[in-house]
Design a binder for this molecule. Structure first.
Ligand code: CAA
Length: 240
């Protein structure tokens, strides 16, 4: 039986590339999305991958969404927590709402989704969870106290849950992408982005497929000894 994978924010950007990579690795993939119906329909038409709509910051919606996927496709073996948003502003301009939104979606979403699938994975003695962190969670970024805090939180979340999953065959890892050629990065003001790209040793933005390749690697059957790790894919922009 093919493994069943859920990718949050899986119909666009990095998430779309991850959904496709896992499908190409032989998995049955369910792509979650929050709002953009048209993009999701186009995605399903293009890839043949089913899309499921709910907001990952809504705990009950995550439980219900995963229950539906398990019923339609089978028990969930692989979870990729990819859904993420930015609400960039300097501290002076950042509102409490901008803080809450980013923490609730980017970090709260990881908890909600893991809560929905982790026990089942442990019972079946197999699971792969990959959380998409960020270079900006590792290094910080001007104008992103909310996003950097959430992404940094994801890295801690990964290392803690990895310890709980290890004996039961459930691996939990993170990928820390650098600046990738997606709509999220395109929203950064042009002059600011040019300065950022100038500091990337490889000399360009990354491609979504270059992140997806790492995710597929960590989700493989052979990756059972890799857990609690963070794989940085950032063109050499930040090394530690
Ligand atoms: N370090 C130090 N100073 C900086 C700075 C930096 N990195 N960036 C800007 N400044 C300075 C500016 O030079 C400017 O100073 P002056 O007033 O003396 O000229 C001042 O801070 C204000 O800068 P802005 O005009 O840019 O301020 P703003 O309020 O219009 O915008 C901002 C602030 C929204 C944070 C904007 O700079 C911005 O969007 N920055 C990009 C943030 C970013 O990289 N986001 C990543 C999004 S993609 C992503 O998150 C994916 C991922 O995981 C990698």
């Amino acid at each position: 039986m093919a493994r069943v994978a859920v990718v949050t924010g899986g119909t666009r950007g990095i998430g779309e590339a991850i959904s496709v990579a896992l499908r190409d690795a032989g998995m049955t993939v369910a792509a979650n999305y929050a709002g953009n119906e048209r993009k999701a329909a186009e995605f399903t038409e293009r890839t043949g991958i089913k899309a499921y709509k709910w907001d990952v910051s809504d705990f009950d919606a995550c439980l219900e969404g995963c229950r539906r996927i398990a019923e339609e496709l089978g028990p969930i073996d692989v979870l990729v927590n990819n859904a993420g948003i930015t609400r960039d502003a300097t501290m002076k301009r950042m509102t409490r709402e901008m803080w809450d939104e980013v923490i609730d979606v980017n970090l709260g979403g990881c908890f909600n989704m893991a809560k929905a699938v982790f026990e089942g994975m442990q019972e079946r003695k197999f699971g792969r969870i990959v959380n998409i962190g960020s270079i900006n969670g590792q290094a910080g970024q001007y104008g992103q106290v909310n996003y950097a805090a959430a992404k940094s939180g994801i890295h801690g979340f990964t290392k803690a849950l990895a310890q709980e999953g290890a004996r039961g065959g459930v691996t939990v890892n993170a990928i820390a992408p650098g600046y990738i050629d997606t709509e999220m990065v395109a929203a950064v003001p042009e002059d600011v982005l040019a300065k950022i790209v100038a500091r990337i040793p490889v000399g360009r933005l990354g491609k979504a497929e270059e992140i997806a390749r790492g995710v597929a690697f960590l989700c493989g059957e052979e990756a059972g000894f890799i857990t609690g790790s963070t794989l940085s894919i950032n063109g050499g922009q930040h090394m530690y």
